[in-house]
Design a protein. Structure first.
Length: 217
């Protein structure tokens, strides 16, 4: 057992949650399985971190700025991934200093890839946060939460009701970050393959947001 990984996990979750994560990982060694929490953020969510360093600016990031940021090996982005995201009409919203993009999330339109050969569709009433990252030197300042809530403020001006996120149940730091953002869990998604049998399922909580999963061959 990796004791260092165990200690890190216990920083982000209680022992029962950590045990469930190890069971989940064990099952995934035997079958193809992905389970996601569907999280939902609305304006003025409780527990959300919203205050920030006044030196940071929050806005949608122009394509040329994102491409330039991707050339930095510590940005959490690869240029080919950025080009692919832009070609799918995804938008990057971020927190920037005068020199760097320090925290960001990518907002994808309906029909975004989720995992395996499965894509997620949802009502245009909502935004979907597919990918987020904060530079190592800026972690611990709740920038993910602040950036996500700033994005929601801007999106609400377009008529968006809230932001959806799909978080792997085994990714305890991301689950914790989502809750810090003020997100609440509203459903569960399961995608699995056992032999020739496929299981693709969304709970009633997901369907309430018009979320659908489809295989793309």
């Amino acid at each position: 057992m990796n004791w260092h990984a165990l200690r890190l996990s216990l920083k982000h979750a209680n022992p029962l949650q950590v045990l469930a994560r190890y069971i989940y990982q064990g099952v995934r060694r035997c079958i193809v399985l992905d389970i996601f929490h569907m999280m939902y953020l609305v304006a003025d969510s409780p527990n959300a971190s919203t205050s920030s360093d006044s030196k940071l600016e929050f806005d949608f990031v122009p394509a040329d700025v994102v491409r330039r940021a991707a050339t930095d090996p510590n940005s959490g982005m690869a240029l080919d991934a950025v080009e692919s995201a832009l070609s799918r009409h995804e938008e990057c919203f971020g927190a920037c200093t005068s020199e760097q993009l320090v925290s960001y999330l990518w907002l994808a339109p309906s029909g975004a890839h989720l995992c395996q050969d499965v894509y997620v569709y949802f009502s245009t009433q909502y935004a979907y946060s597919r990918w987020s990252y904060t530079r190592n030197e800026y972690r611990g300042q709740h920038l993910h939460s602040i950036t996500k809530n700033q994005a929601l403020t801007r999106l609400s001006q377009r008529g968006t009701s809230g932001i959806l996120s799909m978080v792997d149940v085994g990714n305890l730091p991301s689950v914790r970050a989502a809750r810090h953002s003020g997100c609440r869990r509203v459903g569960i998604l399961i995608i699995s393959r056992i032999g020739k049998r496929r299981i693709i399922w969304a709970s009633s909580g997901c369907r309430a947001y018009n979320v659908k999963l489809e295989r793309i061959h």
